[in-house]
Write a protein that binds this ligand. Structure first.
Ligand code: FES
Length: 194
């Protein structure tokens, strides 16, 4: 689990993480979200705003989380505690695709562990690590509430269902050849890989 440690320094951060500012498009989206909550209750908006931040910067570094806290007028710890609790948020650098493969009982009974092992073997990586080409990070997670389609993997908001050691390589080849910006966002339907 060493790959999940929170990054606490700004050393070696990509320049876009230093002095981060939302794009005007994202800031407009943030303002719409903030208006949903009564004055003084803006902390409740931290989850959707962190999703926007992660979409813009790819992962949530300390400067990005500090910026979100300042922008929302809440304490940095109030952002950090949310970002480090939910597995969908990444507090370390990640690849273009974070492969969140379910490793809970029903998925394991149908081969999820073998799929995870195949991904690790293919890229010579451990849990939480990223392939040398910067394309894939493997991050096993708990039940994705799609047990009827097991084994299941999530990439951002999109599900990939009925994974197996027989079909995972072709799927990874396909993902590697696809623009990552087109995968995993709201509106993308689940993909049955069977
Ligand atoms: S056990 Fe994998 S989705 Fe529920």
């Amino acid at each position: 689990m060493s790959g999940y440690h929170h990054t606490t320094t700004t050393e070696n951060l990509p320049t876009e993480h230093l002095n981060p500012v939302f794009t005007s498009e994202n800031m407009a989206e943030v303002q719409v979200i903030l208006k949903r909550y009564p004055e003084g209750k803006q902390k409740s908006a931290v989850l959707p705003i962190l999703h926007i931040a992660q979409k813009q910067w790819g992962w949530l570094s300390s400067p990005v989380m500090d910026y979100v806290a300042t922008m929302m007028d809440i304490l940095p710890i109030e952002v950090y505690e949310v970002a480090t609790f939910y597995t969908m948020f990444h507090t370390n650098p990640v690849g273009n695709y974070v492969l969140e493969v379910c490793r809970t009982g029903p998925c394991c009974l149908l081969g999820a562990e073998q799929v995870i092992d195949r991904i690790k073997e293919r890229y010579n990586i451990h849990e939480g690590e990223t392939s040398a080409d910067g394309m894939f990070t493997i991050k096993p997670v708990e039940c994705l509430a799609a047990c009827g389609f097991a084994p299941v993997m999530q990439i951002r908001e999109q599900y990939f269902e009925h994974l197996s050691v027989e079909n995972i390589d072709a799927l990874l080849d396909q993902l590697a050849a696809t623009d990552p910006k087109t995968i995993g966002y709201v509106g993308n339907m689940p993909v049955d890989v069977k």
